[in-house]
Structure formats: structure tokens, C-alpha cells
Write a protein that binds this ligand. Structure first.
Ligand code: GLP
Length: 242
């Protein structure tokens, strides 16, 4: 695991934007995996800025988002699709037909998960998968549990995760869907390179356990330790226990 520690969250975000820009420059047809959450907002803003300056070109890239809420229409204000439009897709030149986000309103959610796995395979797999981390050590929406699913699947969200996502649903955790769709741990670990961005003291404990702790399904991020190409971008606060 390559661990990079930056003085501030902004610097870490800029470094992740650099990493994506480099991947796009090296391979314009790169297949990217993308996270949501508060953490990557600054990195996406930086990518939009660089695109506007003519420095980053997404015209041949393909993207797959990690997860989406179940029962939430893509046009809903709280959907991850809406988040992505606001923070990245609306501000760069990604071709619409190369954007992939799970459809939480699909009539058959299991079939939607299968379709997604097939689409990732048809794209040749994910080259660079950006990740955030939940305070409970989840990746995507792979929540701590006795077992982890390998493939894209439906998941029941932890209460803490519903609280963490309340802002997307008017601030009320009760309004956050109980279920979501997420790439599985196998889907994530099959990506060629994993780039995880974590900032703030709240993430310090799960980062320490992910890097130093035993492999356990109760901390899904601990499985990063078995991947051969993982880059951690941390600010000082998130790295404080390392
Ligand atoms: C969300 C997403 C994850 C994200 C995590 C952390 O629920 N499903 O992909 O990495 O929680 O979010 P934040 O960056 O807001 O702390």
C-alpha cells in the first residue's frame, strides 16, 4: 500500500485530482470507478476547474459509480446520480453514453445489479477506482457484516450510514432509504488500481484498522490489504493513528 499524507484535506483532494488527470493523460479511454460522499467533492471541483482550463479531457473516458440508493429515482435530489451531475458530470466533457450509475428505481433491482456487472466486464474492467471510506470502514455500501458479497448487489444500510447520509434527504435519517445497490467487494478488488481518499479525524480509526488491522468482513476496507495496487491519499487528521 502506498500511503501519502498531505497537510490539508484540500491538498489531498488536489493530489487525487492530479492522479485522475494523469490517468486520463496516459490513457484517454480509461475506465474510472467513482465514489460519492462529502470527501471527494473538492477533488471533483478541482477536476471541473482543470477541465474548464483545458487541462483535463474526459471525452474518451468511461465511468462507473460505486453505489446508489434503492428506490430512489436518478432524478431525485438525494440520488448519487444527481450528486454526480452536480459535482462532476455537469462540468466536464464525459460522453453521456459512457456514464454508468446504478439505477435505484429499476423495476428489478437484482437484474439491475447483474446488468451493471456485465457492463463493467464489457468495458474491460475498471482501471482506476476512486474510493472514499465510511466511518464504519465500509467501501461503496459494503457494510460491516458476517459476510460480504463479491458482486454488485442489494444491501441493507447500517443505521450509522443512514444518519451519515441524512443531508441528502432533508436532514432526516428516517427519510434515507433502508436499502442501496453497491458494487461488491470482488467488483472493487478486481479494479487494476484503487485510490482511496480519506480526510478528517473521524476517519482516523478506520484508516488505522484498514491499514494495520486483521482482514475482517467487519471492516470491509481491511481487504484493501490484499490488493496489489492501492494508493491512500490522507490528510494529517485521517493519518494521525498510523
Ligand atoms: C457513503 C458512500 C461511500 C462513501 C462514504 C463516506 O455512504 N456510499 O462511497 O465513501 O459513505 O462518505 P463521506 O465522504 O461523506 O464521509
Amino acid at each position: 500500500m502506498e500511503i501519502r499524507v498531505f497537510d490539508s484535506a484540500d491538498e489531498a483532494a488536489r493530489a487525487v485530482a492530479d492522479r485522475v488527470a494523469r490517468a486520463l493523460a496516459e490513457r484517454p479511454s480509461v475506465v474510472l470507478g467513482l465514489p460519492t460522499g462529502r470527501t471527494p467533492v473538492a477533488a471533483y471541483a478541482e477536476l471541473r476547474r482543470r477541465h474548464a482550463a483545458g487541462d483535463v479531457d474526459f471525452s474518451r473516458a468511461t465511468t462507473f459509480n460505486l453505489d446508489e440508493f434503492a428506490g430512489v429515482h436518478p432524478s431525485h435530489a438525494g440520488s448519487f446520480r444527481t450528486y454526480m451531475e452536480r459535482h462532476l458530470f455537469g462540468g466536464v466533457n464525459i460522453r453521456r453514453d459512457r456514464i454508468h450509475v446504478l439505477d435505484g428505481a429499476a423495476p428489478d433491482l437484482d437484474a439491475e445489479c447483474e446488468r451493471y456487472e456485465d457492463a463493467i466486464a464489457a468495458a474491460g474492467g475498471i482501471d482506476l477506482l476512486l474510493l472514499g471510506i465510511g466511518a464504519n470502514g465500509h467501501l461503496g455500501f459494503n457494510e460491516p457484516a458476517a459476510e460480504l458479497a463479491a458482486r454488485t448487489h442489494r444491501v441493507r444500510l447500517a443505521e450509522s450510514t443512514r444518519r451519515d447520509n441524512a443531508a441528502l434527504f432533508g436532514g432526516d435519517p428516517a427519510c434515507v432509504p433502508r436499502e442501496a445497490l453497491s458494487m461488491g467487494m470482488g467488483t472493487i478488488l478486481k479494479a487494476s488500481t484503487l485510490v482511496l481518499l480519506a480526510t478528517g479525524e473521524r476517519k482516523a480509526r478506520c484508516i488505522e484498522r484498514a491499514v494495520r488491522g486483521p482482514l475482517t468482513t467487519h471492516l470491509p476496507a481491511s481487504f484493501l490489504q490484499v490488493h496489489r495496487s492501492v494508493e491512500l491519499y490522507l490528510d494529517r487528521a485521517a493519518a494521525v493513528l498510523l
